[in-house]
Design a protein around this ligand. Structure first.
Ligand SMILES: Nc1ncnc2c1ncn2[C@@H]1O[C@H](COP(=O)(O)OP(=O)(O)OP(=O)(O)O)[C@@H](O)[C@H]1O
Ligand SMILES: [Mg+2]
Length: 256
C-alpha cells in the first residue's frame, strides 16, 4: 500500500548545521505512528518539512503518492495534511466555539463575489459550519465551555481545542508535536481517547512527536526513533525501549 506520508532522503541544514541527514520515513495510512528522540534530534524540523513550513535542501516529500515538496503549507493544508498549532494570540479573545468556526476551509463567505451576490449561499454555509463546530466541541468534551474565551481555557483544554480545529476540515493526516506537554493526566486521557476515536471512527492517520513514553506506549505503533537527524530505528514500543542503541542515545549508556 502507498504510504500516506513518504519522506525520501530529505536533507536540511541551518547555516552550517546539518539538522536532517538523509531522513526517510514512511507513515502507513490509518496508523498512529510515534516519533521519539533526544532533544535537538530534528523531530520538529522534520515535521516542518512535512507540513511545508520549511523546504528541504534536497529530497522529496510525498502525500498519498503525490510529490508535495514544492507546495506551500497552505496548499498542503487544503490537501488534508494538518499540524496543530497553539491557539494564536489573536484568537484568544474569541470563544472556543468561534475558534472552531474560524478554521480556514473553502468557505464561500471568504470570497467577495459570493458574499455580495449570493448572500443566501453564505448564510447556509455559515449555519453548516456552526453545526459542525457544535458537533466537534461536543466530541472533544468542551461543550460546557463553548462560549468561554479561548484565552481563558486551561492549558489542557486549549490542547483539546487545537485537536478540535483539525476536525473542522477533511483531515487525512494530523501531525501532533508534543501535545501532552503540560496537560494533566485526566485531560491527557481524554486527549488520547479522542485521538483513538478520530483514528478508528474517522480514519485519520496521526504522526505523533512525544517525550511522554506512557502516551507513546498507549497510542503508537510503530514508533520511529530519530537521533542526530537520521532515523535510528523503527519498531513497536517494546523493540524500541529494549534497543541498546536507543538506550545509549537517550541515556548515554548509563542505563545499561
Ligand atoms: N530555524 C532554525 N535555525 C537554526 N537552527 C535550528 C532551527 N530550527 C531548529 N534548529 C536546530 O536544529 C536542531 C534540531 O531542532 P528540532 O527543533 O528539530 O529538534 P527536536 O527533535 O524537535 O527537539 P526537542 O525534542 O527539544 O523539541 C537543533 O539543534 C536546533 O537548534
Ligand atoms: Mg521539537
Amino acid at each position: 500500500m502507498t504510504p500516506i506520508i513518504d519522506v525520501q532522503q530529505v536533507n536540511k541544514a541551518f547555516g552550517g548545521l546539518r539538522v536532517i541527514n538523509d531522513g526517510s520515513i514512511q507513515v502507513t495510512k490509518g496508523s498512529i505512528t510515534g516519533m521519539i528522540g533526544p532533544n535537538g534530534a530534528g523531530k520538529s524540523t522534520l515535521f516542518n518539512l512535512i507540513a511545508g513550513a520549511l523546504t528541504p535542501d534536497s529530497g522529496r516529500v510525498l502525500l498519498d503518492g503525490e510529490d508535495i515538496t514544492a507546495l506551500s503549507a497552505n496548499a498542503r493544508f487544503h490537501k488534508g495534511l494538518l499540524r496543530t498549532f497553539q491557539i494564536a494570540h489573536e484568537f484568544s479573545h474569541m470563544s472556543a466555539l468561534e475558534n472552531l468556526m474560524m478554521v480556514p476551509s473553502h468557505q464561500p463567505g471568504e470570497n467577495l463575489f459570493t458574499t455580495w451576490f449570493k448572500p443566501r449561499l453564505v448564510r447556509e454555509h455559515d449555519a453548516k459550519v456552526r453545526r459542525r463546530a457544535l458537533e466537534v466541541i461536543d466530541f472533544i468534551g468542551l461543550y460546557h465551555v463553548r462560549n468561554e474565551l479561548a484565552g481563558n481555557l486551561s492549558g489542557g483544554q486549549k490542547k483539546l481545542l487545537e485537536l478540535g480545529r483539525t476536525m473542522m476540515t477533511d483531515a487525512k493526516v494530523v501531525l501532533l508535536d508534543e501535545i501532552a506537554a503540560g496537560v494533566n493526566r485526566t485531560l491527557l486521557g481524554d486527549l488520547i481517547g479522542n485521538i483513538e476515536r478520530l483514528n478508528q471512527e474517522m480514519g485519520y492517520t496521526f504522526l505523533v512527536i512525544e517525550h511522554d513514553m506512557d502516551m507513546i506506549a498507549r497510542l503508537c505503533d510503530p514508533v520511529i526513533v530519530l537521533a542526530q537527524g537520521s532515523v535510528m530505528m523503527e519498531g513497536n514500543i517494546d523493540d524500541v525501549q529494549n534497543n541498546p542503541e536507543v538506550i545509549e542515545a537517550y541515556f548515554g549508556g548509563s542505563a545499561a
